[in-house]
Design a protein around this ligand. Structure first.
Ligand code: DGL
Length: 271
C-alpha cells in the first residue's frame, strides 16, 4: 500500500486519532508510526521532541506521505511550529487540547484538562486557554506516568485507577463539569476516567474534530483520495510490534502485521 497520509505519536496513543480518521475518511491510505522506543515524550525536553518529530516527518515523507498528522499533543505543543517552518510545503494537522468545546459546555465555569507534563507547561496550551477560556477557570493537571502505563498496556491496573483518582477527585471538589483529554493516549482509558468523573462531567476528546480538519485540509490542497478508493492503515513502530495487537483490536482497526522501524546512529529513522 502506498501511503498518502503519515500519522505519528510517541506510541500507541495516536491510534485513537487514526481510528477517527479511518472512520471519517475511509478512502485514505494511512501510515501510522508509533515511536514506542522513546515513549513517553511528555517527560522529555522540547529539543528532543523536535529532533524526533523532524526525523519521523522525514521518514514519513520518504515513504510517500503527502500530509502529516501529529497525533500527539506533546509533539504538537513542542514541535509543530518547527515542523511547519522546516517543511513549508507539507500540510500538517496537529493536536490542540479541546478547551473550546469544554468552555462552550460548562455551566459551573470550571473545566479540567488532563495532559502530559510537557503539554501542561507548554506555551501552546497557555495560548489555547488565553484564546478560548473567556473567564472560565481551566484547571490544568499534569499526569506523569499515565501515558507510559497506557503504552505498556496497563489499562485496567488498580495503579492506573489510583493515579487517575488522585488527579481527578481534586478537580471534582472544585466543581468541574467538563474534562478535556489533552493526550491522545488517554482515550484508551476513557471508561475508567468516566467512571471516576461521574455522570455530571462531560469527557471531551478532539479525535473526530481532527479527522474533520484533516478532510478539509486535504481538499484545500487537492490531496484527497477519490471517493470510493481503497483506503487502509499500515502501522510501524520503533518498539515492540506485538504491543499494537490489543489496541488495534480495542479500536476496531485492521492494520495487518505491524512493522518495525529503526532509529539510526545519525538520528534519522529508517522505515
Ligand atoms: N500521546 C501523547 C500526547 O498526546 C504523548 C504521551 C507521551 O509520550 O508522553 O501527548
Amino acid at each position: 500500500m502506498d501511503p498518502r497520509i503519515g500519522i505519528f505519536d510517541s506510541g500507541i496513543g495516536g491510534l485513537t486519532i487514526a481510528a477517527a480518521i479511518r472512520q471519517a475518511l475511509p478512502a485514505e491510505r494511512l501510515l501510522y508510526f508509533g515511536d514506542n522506543a522513546h515513549v513517553p515524550y511528555g517527560e522529555r525536553t522540547a529539543g528532543e521532541i523536535i529532533a524526533f518529530s523532524t526525523a519521523i516527518t522525514e521518514a514519513l515523507l520518504a515513504k510517500g506521505c503527502r500530509s502529516i498528522v501529529v497525533a500527539c499533543n506533546t509533539a504538537s505543543s513542542a514541535a509543530l511550529n518547527a515542523l511547519r517552518a522546516q517543511f513549508p510545503h507539507v500540510p500538517f494537522v496537529g493536536m490542540e487540547p479541546a478547551v473550546k468545546p469544554a468552555v462552550e459546555h460548562t455551566r459551573t465555569g470550571v473545566v479540567g484538562v488532563l495532559a502530559t507534563r510537557a503539554t501542561v507547561e507548554s506555551k501552546a496550551l497557555a495560548d489555547v486557554v488565553e484564546r478560548f477560556a473567556h473567564g472560565v477557570e481551566v484547571i490544568r493537571q499534569a499526569c506523569p506516568g499515565l501515558a507510559a502505563h497506557i503504552d505498556a498496556g496497563h489499562l485496567d491496573e488498580p495503579e492506573v485507577e489510583v493515579l487517575l483518582r488522585n488527579w481527578i477527585e481534586p478537580m471534582l471538589e472544585r466543581n468541574i463539569d467538563a474534562l478535556v483529554l489533552g493526550c491522545t493516549h488517554y482515550p484508551l482509558v476513557r471508561p475508567l476516567i468516566e467512571k471516576i468523573a461521574g455522570p455530571g462531567v462531560r469527557v471531551i476528546e478532539p479525535a473526530a474534530a481532527i479527522a474533520r480538519r484533516l478532510g478539509q485540509l486535504l481538499h484545500q490542497h487537492g490531496l484527497a483520495a477519490p471517493p470510493g478508493a481503497q483506503g487502509g492503515l499500515a502501522c510501524w513502530t520503533s518498539g515492540e510490534p506485538g504491543r499494537f495487537g490489543p489496541v488495534l483490536e480495542q479500536l476496531g482497526l485492521d492494520a495487518g502485521s505491524v512493522r518495525k522501524g529503526w532509529w539510526q546512529e545519525d538520528g534519522s529513522l529508517k522505515l
